[in-house]
Design a protein around this ligand. Structure first.
Ligand code: FAD
Length: 387
């Protein structure tokens, strides 16, 4: 049973505690299915399931569009991701991508775009994807090359996107392409591209260590109406960064969920594994490990919920979100590795919980800004502060 003392921290309100309790009970009853033979089908089913149960309403903004609140609530996103990740990584992924994939519409979409997409996302009737990265533009995302050229009332897209979560199963994609109003980051626009639009294909399915729907996308003369531009043409980089600003802290929360699950598993193992005439937990080296794991989790949780609370208080959280994402993902990796070590040979057996957590956590240190990118963000913000 995970330590829930953090729910009493002053960053959270009674409504947050209530939500966590409700979701935890729902997840215990409905999730934890483990390895899915068909990950795409499992993901589609999870989206429907999360939608039917009402949880996806928290992933979109605007009550008139099916959202639970007018704005995206960062602490709620964090609590949901942390709780889902503790129960089942793929459920966290399904929830997170509904939010990230539709986030640009929640934040910058027109009334028509919100009406057309958000209610379906909130019900789990449409699957969303966020397509920013390219083969030559990951960390250096402003270098993206996918082009969108205006042609009458349309834009014509040509180029590629890669590492796109939900690629192949999404019903629509928010695609960032160069429209050239100005050089670099100031000449990018965000578009909604529906699956099945002529000229848009899935070029490659990508298999990763923790199976998720993931693909490389190809656009060949793909025509989308100018009405599908999200926000102002040329301001797509701002749209992307604002969307990531909301969801970056929630990546930290997902990492926390994985880490808490690993600590639970490690505690259970330490208490039950006979060793040297006692159990593993009797050994002081084990106790040191457990102390380190629990302290790391609390430190990461403090940074995560501080960033979420600040953002919900309308404070700019660029530095705090980067600190949370970096610390929580790096700490979770260490905690999970320690748990695998405590399981001995059993820790690397396929299907063992700590084994799947070990695979699950790795990509979180890379996507939505690798740790090195977070370090640069933190340093840039520090150096910007007045002396
Ligand atoms: C499982 C998964 C899911 C993803 N889902 C999506 C998605 O849905 N949508 C989307 O758009 N993208 C997605 N991505 C892409 C992800 O955001 C990129 O992988 C990430 O931004 C890194 O880009 P890259 O892979 O091109 O690595 P690169 O940019 O080549 O970076 C490689 C490494 O270089 C190091 N590095 C980077 N910058 C610096 C620096 N300044 N100094 C020193 N070292 C540095 C870091 O260690 C980094 O990991 C996903 C990736 C993965 C793995």
């Amino acid at each position: 049973m995970a330590d829930k003392a953090y729910l009493d921290w002053p960053f959270l309100e009674p409504r947050h505690r209530a939500l966590e309790g409700e979701l935890d009970a729902w997840a215990a009853a409905h999730l934890g299915g483990g390895h899915a033979a068909d990950v795409d089908a499992a993901c589609r089913a999870l989206v429907r399931h999360l939608g039917d149960a009402g949880w996806l309403r928290y992933a979109v903004g605007g009550t008139q569009y099916g959202g639970m609140g007018e704005a995206l609530d960062t602490r709620v996103l964090c609590l949901i991701r942390e709780t889902l990740a503790r129960h089942e990584g793929l459920a966290d992924f399904a929830f997170a991508m509904q939010g990230l994939g539709s986030g640009a519409i929640s934040l910058f979409g027109s009334a028509g775009q919100k009406e057309a997409y958000l209610p379906r996302v909130a019900r789990g009737a449409a699957i969303a994807a966020f397509a920013l990265s390219e083969p030559q533009a990951g960390s250096d995302v402003a270098a993206l090359q996918c082009a969108a050229v205006r042609d009458g009332g349309d834009y014509v897209l040509d180029g590629e996107k890669t590492w796109i979560s939900n690629g192949g199963i999404a019903d629509f994609y928010v695609v960032f392409a160069r429209t050239g109003e100005a050089p670099g980051a100031r000449g990018i626009s965000a578009f909604i591209v529906d699956a099945g639009t002529p000229g848009f294909t899935i070029a490659e399915r990508i298999e990763v260590i923790a199976p998720h729907p993931l693909a490389r996308l190809r656009f060949d003369g793909c025509r989308v109406p100018a009405a599908n531009v999200i926000g102002v043409a040329g301001q797509g980089f701002k749209v992307a960064m604002a969307t990531l600003d909301v969801f970056r802290t929630s990546v930290a929360a997902a990492a926390l969920g994985f880490a808490r699950r690993a600590l639970d598993e490690a505690l259970a193992r330490a208490r039950s594994r006979p060793m040297f005439g006692g159990v593993l937990a009797d050994l002081q080296l084990t106790q040191a490990k457990l102390a380190q794991m629990a302290t790391g989790i609390d430190a990461a949780a403090l940074l995560t919920y501080r960033a979420a609370w600040l953002r919900d208080s309308s404070v700019r959280v660029t530095k705090e979100a980067a600190m949370a994402k970096m610390t929580a993902t790096e700490t979770a990796q260490q905690v999970i590795d320690a748990a695998v070590q405590m399981f001995g040979g059993q820790g690397v057996v396929s299907g063992e919980t700590v084994e799947s957590l070990y695979r699950e956590i790795r990509a979180l240190r890379i996507y939505e800004g690798a740790t090195e990118v977070q370090q640069l963000i933190i340093a840039r913000e520090l150096l910007r502060e007045p002396v």
